[in-house]
Design a protein around this ligand. Structure first.
Ligand code: KG4
Length: 361
């Protein structure tokens, strides 16, 4: 079975051809980073216009590289949501149009399902059940995955997504968009202990090192790791306070005429995000007695997150599956793979279906 995957949820136009569920014949992507970098973030109107220009050549290139023609494709899988509506509409309407004229069935895929399954694009595949940490520019969520199409949301961000926090901090430090890779590159030469930025554990009965004990449901910020015996810790995230702490640090340094040490700020900020992502993911695995952890989403390309998660998984005897960075960021291959599995349990898409902006998983 040949599946053509199409992804246009944000600012990358991507397409891929997948044979069955494991032989990736092609995966191509047109990045819009150059267009958005001077605005410090994705401009939705510009993104959808660029998708319009790129969609036809990118899909053709995916077919050419796979050495197949459209007629040989058995299924078209396309991202239906969540994402920027204008961007989603380009890929979704294009997929429906080629489905209509060729009679190849199409299926709308939730972008999160793509990220949740991306680890299966690698040779070494995870086993169910697993806990998935999906962290990107639009989401930071923890899921329990029980099959290729069965996912339960355990926690999610209450404000900024992790990638959004990386991008916003990069912008306030004068680093170009997309900020995540730039912050992580600067962090390589910085000292992660230089500045004590807060970690929002959002715990209900969370006791922390340094004498802080908190009860109640209000967010708890700490600049240290939580005690390993935390019981009722929420699996939700909050990163907006951390972003404000970085802004305050920069303002205070400027007021005192102190130079900003960008690598130290980046390393300390990154460590604060990574600590929370790693500890909450492991906490979810303990809560659900799950031995396998899977990463997905653009932020999971971050080397410090991958290393820290690996170290903690080794300590707790868990298996970690982290797809290569090009499968962590948006791509057509993960949408094709999700299409393969969802098409086995759902009817093909109808032509009156529309895109949506919030994940349905
Ligand atoms: O999954 P993705 O390609 O697109 C969606 O948001 O759906 O993720 C993009 C996000 C951006 O916020 C980008 O800054 C972040 O992932 N990112 C990173 C790294 N590479 C990409 N964040 C931290 N470290 C990285 N190495």
């Amino acid at each position: 079975m040949l599946t053509l995957g199409i992804e246009t949820s944000c600012d990358d136009t991507a397409a891929a051809v997948l044979k069955d569920n494991d032989i990736l014949l092609s995966s191509v992507l047109s990045s819009q980073d150059q267009i958005h970098t001077r605005f410090g973030g994705v401009v939705p109107e510009l993104a959808s216009r660029r998708h319009l220009e790129a969609i036809v050549p990118i899909v053709q290139e995916a077919l050419d590289r796979a050495c197949v023609t459209l007629k040989e494709i058995d299924l078209i899988a396309v991202t239906q949501g969540p994402g920027l509506i204008g961007s989603l509409l380009v890929g979704f309407c294009y997929a429906k149009a080629i489905s209509y004229v060729t009679s190849i069935p199409y299926i709308g895929i939730d972008h999160m399902a793509g990220h949740l399954l991306a680890a299966f694009l690698e040779e070494d595949k995870p086993e169910f059940p697993y806990i998935a940490l999906i962290v990107s520019g639009g989401t930071s969520s923890i899921y329990l995955a029980q099959s290729h199409t069965s996912f339960s949301l355990l926690g999610r961000t209450r404000d900024d997504a992790a990638g959004e926090a990386f991008d916003k901090v990069a912008k306030l430090l004068g680093l170009p968009y997309p900020g995540g890779p730039r912050v992580s590159a600067e962090a390589m030469t910085g000292n992660s202990a230089a500045i004590k930025f807060p970690r929002a554990w959002l715990g209900r009965s969370l006791s922390c090192h340094g004498g802080h004990t908190s009860a109640g449901t209000s967010p708890v910020a700490s600049d240290t790791l939580p005690s390993p015996t935390m019981e009722d810790e929420s699996l939700d995230f909050s990163f907006s306070g951390l972003k404000t702490a970085v802004l305050n640090h920069c303002n205070q340094s400027r007021q005192k005429d102190l130079p900003l040490h960008i690598p130290d700020i980046c390393a300390s900020f990154q460590e604060a995000i990574v600590d929370v992502l790693v500890e909450k993911t492991l906490h979810a695995a303990r809560q659900h007695t799950v031995q396998t952890i899977v990463l997905g989403g653009g932020v999971s390309a971050n080397p410090r997150l991958r290393q820290s998660m690996l170290d903690r998984c080794r300590q707790e005897n868990k298996a970690l599956f982290a797809p290569r960075p090009s499968f962590c960021t948006d791509n057509g291959a993960m949408i094709a793979l999700a299409g393969f599995y969802y098409s086995r349990q759902s009817a093909p898409g109808s032509y009156d279906q529309d895109v949506y902006s919030r994940s349905q998983i």
